[in-house]
Design a protein around this ligand. Structure first.
Ligand code: KIV
Length: 278
C-alpha cells in the first residue's frame, strides 16, 4: 500500500481506535529513506543524534545548527512520514521570542512537521504560545535527557506516588496547553497506562511499557549499531554493527589480496585505442 503522511488529527483518531503509532529516530537521508520504505509513520530527528551521530556523552552540546542540519536531509528522504524535530538544550530556556524563532527555524528551514521539547509544568506557557502560534508540539516527560543531571542520572522516573502524580499532572497540563502528543520516557508501565487513559492525545512510550498509544526507539539502538551502552528498554531487531564490520573486513582483505576490484567492477577500452597508446 502506498504510504501517505498522516495528519495530527489522524494520530488522535488512531488512539481512539486503539491503533498503535510507530516511531523511530533518523538523522540523515539514507536512514530516513529506509524508514520511509517501512510502515513506520513518524520519524523523530532526536537530539540523541548528539550521542549516536556526533559522539558526545550527552544531548546537551547539540545546537540549533546541528538540528536544522540533520532535519533537512531526513525531510528529503521521507516525504510521506511525519517528521518531528527536537528543540535542543538552550533553544527554549532563554526567552519566548527566541523559543518561537528556534521552533520556526526547525519547521521553515528544516522542514519538520512538528517540534518536540522536554519538560512538564515549567514549559506549559511555552507550549501554549507555540501551539497558538501554529507550531505543533510534542511534549516529553519522565526521563528528560537534557536535564538528566538534575534528575540524578538516567533513571526511571515517577516511581513513588507523589512523583507519579506529578507526571500525570504534567501530562494533563501539556494536553491542555495544546500539545498533540507526549513522549513518556522511562516511566513505570502502570503509570504510563494511567496517563495514556487520562489523555485524549496519544502517548509515545520509550521505556514506558506496552500501554502507551505508540512507541519510539533510537534507530541505532533498534538496528544494533550503537553499542556504547544499551538501556534495558531497547530491543535490538538486528545486530548491524557485526554485519557492517564483517563487510568492511572482507573489503579490506580483498583490496589487500587483489581480489577487488574484479573485471566486473573495472572499465575496459577499445583495443584499437589502446594500441595507439603504445
Ligand atoms: O532524542 C531522542 O531520540 C529522544 C527519544 C529518546 C524520545 O528524545
Amino acid at each position: 500500500m502506498e504510504k501517505r503522511k498522516p495528519s495530527i488529527p489522524q494520530f488522535k483518531a488512531w488512539k481512539e481506535q486503539g491503533r498503535k503509532i510507530r516511531m523511530a529516530t533518523a538523522y540523515d537521508f539514507s536512514f530516513a529513506s529506509l524508514v520511509e520504505r517501512s510502515p513506520i509513520e513518524m520519524i523523530l530527528v532526536g537530539d540523541s543524534l548528539g550521542m549516536v551521530m556526533l559522539g558526545y556523552d550527552s544531548t546537551v552540546p547539540v545546537t540549533m545548527e546541528d538540528m536544522v542540519h540533520h532535519t533537512k536531509p531526513v525531510v528529503r528522504g521521507a516525504a510521506n512520514t511525519f517528521i518531528v524535530a527536537d528543540m535542543p538544550f538552550g533553544s527554549y530556556n532563554v526567552s519566548l521570542s527566541e523559543t518561537m524563532r528556534n521552533a520556526n527555524r526547525l519547521m521553515q528551514e528544516g522542514g519538520a512537521d512538528a517540534i518536540k521539547l522536554e519538560g512538564g509544568e515549567g514549559v506549559l506557557d511555552l507550549v501554549a504560545a507555540l501551539t497558538s502560534g501554529g507550531v505543533p508540539v510534542m511534549g516529553h516527560i519522565g526521563l528528560t535527557p537534557q536535564t538528566a543531571s538534575q534528575l540524578g542520572g538516567f533513571k526511571v522516573q515517577g516511581k513513588d506516588a507523589a512523583a507519579a502524580q506529578q507526571l500525570i499532572e504534567d501530562a494533563m497540563g501539556l494536553e491542555e496547553a495544546g500539545a498533540f502528543a507526549v513522549v513518556l520516557e522511562c516511566v513505570p508501565a502502570p503509570v504510563a497506562k494511567m496517563i495514556s487513559e487520562k489523555l485524549s492525545i496519544p502517548t509515545i512510550g520509550i521505556g514506558a511499557g506496552p500501554d502507551c498509544d505508540g512507541q519510539v526507539l533510537v534507530i541505532h539502538d533498534l538496528l544494533g549499531i550503537f553499542d556504547r551502552f544499551t538501556p534495558k528498554f531497547v530491543k535490538k531487531y538486528a545486530t548491524l554493527n557485526g554485519t557492517i564490520i564483517d563487510a568492511l573486513s572482507t573489503y579490506a582483505k580483498e583490496v589487500e589480496d587483489g581480489t577487488f576490484p574484479g573485471p566486473e567492477h573495472s572499465f575496459g577500452m577499445v583495443e584499437e585505442e589502446l594500441q595507439r597508446l603504445y
